[in-house]
Write a protein that binds this ligand. Structure first.
Ligand code: PMP
Length: 380
């Protein structure tokens, strides 16, 4: 099938794979060991830190390697919530690695939590953040995804960051979906901690990073205790080949961002145009312009996503917000939180193109999609 699920996982670029191979082979050594091969590995990891710092306009000393964005979000939220008596504020639209952590912290009485209001397009305004923070009970932690994985809406962070940090609160950003596509400056956006994920950045799966303002290192309680690697923030041997791969992915993301963005936007508009030429016009979910490039969250009124996916299975790999659990259809919690009713929400489909997507694939994908929509609507 044609792959159009890059928001779920983007394959590592060839340059990433090449760079990793050296560290899977002859150069292998424990980067924390005090001998020459170990020092060489440690230097390669430091270079990767530098590339990640450059991508985020951040001090590379604050880069902590983790197993992925799920761990990075857990580390930031669980690690800092105990010191945030003002509470943890999050959005219902965010990834489960923020929402479920917030629920856990609230249920176990570790932290007071509150939700940020969003509009029908999934945007969170600086005013909504300010009004959530007016309780004045002390330092709070606000956690927010920069780009929504499901609906593609991007939050405009500078003003939000100023509202949070200006009052002395902490600001955690989940940039898993945006790091490859949208310029980020932790300085300008006044970010305290930020998560990225290797496999959303055309790097390897199984690694991610948490950037944290170096002044927070002593404050953050670690999730993993052990050998005290990475300044004690995250014990465990750093996997050199994965860190090197993430570093190269970060360097290439920065070098090629403008070009990649233009390509992705062109692919998405070609897809919508091709659907229209087949007489099909989807309803777009999320923000019409502040959205991830190449990412389409749509619904075809009257056609349920599971029926469409069943027809598309051998042809086109895309994802649906709805999940079938124990034979029962459950619509996406994110689409429901946007205000869509159960039936409308179960029509949500996500098509996400990538850097390697070609115009030919898009034309073919649009044809498959239009045929599937017509067949489903005809079968009702
Ligand atoms: N946050 C967001 C916004 C994501 O899209 C994802 C992956 N779907 C994650 C966190 C989790 O990332 P990982 O797979 O690296 O744990």
């Amino acid at each position: 099938p044609i792959y159009a699920d890059f928001a779920s996982s983007a394959p590592p670029l060839p340059e990433v794979v090449d760079a990793m191979m050296e560290w899977l082979g002859g150069s292998h050594a424990n980067p924390h060991a005090d001998h020459l091969p170990g020092h060489r590995a440690a230097r390669a990891i430091d270079d990767a830190r530098q590339h990640i710092g450059d991508l985020l306009d951040a001090d590379p000393d604050g880069v902590i390697f983790t197993s992925g964005a799920t761990e990075s979000n857990n580390l930031a939220l669980k690690g800092l919530a105990g010191n945030c008596i003002g509470g943890l504020y999050f959005s219902s639209l965010d990834h489960s690695s923020i929402v479920e952590v917030a629920h856990h912290l609230a249920e176990t009485g570790q932290c007071r939590v509150g939700r940020l209001q969003h509009d029908a397009q999934g945007s969170i305004s600086p005013a909504a953040v300010k009004s959530a923070l007016t309780t004045g009970r002390g330092r709070a932690l606000v956690a927010l995804a920069h780009g929504n994985n499901e609906i593609g809406t991007i939050q405009v962070l500078s003003e939000i960051g100023a509202a949070i940090s200006g009052e002395g609160h902490l600001f955690h950003v989940d940039a898993s979906q945006t790091a490859a596509h949208v310029p980020i400056s932790v300085q300008d956006m006044r970010i305290s901690t930020l998560s990225i994920s290797g496999h959303k950045l055309y790097g390897p799966a199984g690694i991610g990073a948490l950037w944290l303002d170096p002044t927070l290192k002593t404050e953050l309680s670690p999730l993993l205790h052990g050998g005290g690697q990475q300044g004690g923030v995250r014990s465990g041997t750093v996997p050199t080949y994965l860190a090197v791969g993430l570093g190269v992915a970060a360097r290439l993301a920065r070098d090629r961002m403008g070009q990649a963005r233009a390509h992705l936007q062109a692919m998405a508009s070609q897809f919508i145009g091709a659907l229209a030429s087949h007489g099909i016009s989807p309803v777009v979910i999320g923000h019409p312009s502040d959205r991830l490039p190449g990412h389409l969250s749509v619904r075809f009124p009257g056609a349920g996503a599971p029926d469409l996916l069943a027809r598309l299975l051998p042809l086109l790999a895309v994802s649906s917000g709805a999940a079938c659990s124990a034979g029962e259809l459950r619509a996406s919690r994110v689409l429901r939180a946007l205000g869509l009713d159960e039936e409308t929400a179960s029509e949500g489909l996500r098509i996400s193109f990538g850097r390697s997507t070609t115009a030919k694939e898009v034309a073919q994908a649009a044809e498959y999609m239009s045929d599937a929509v017509r067949e489903v609507l005809d079968s009702i």
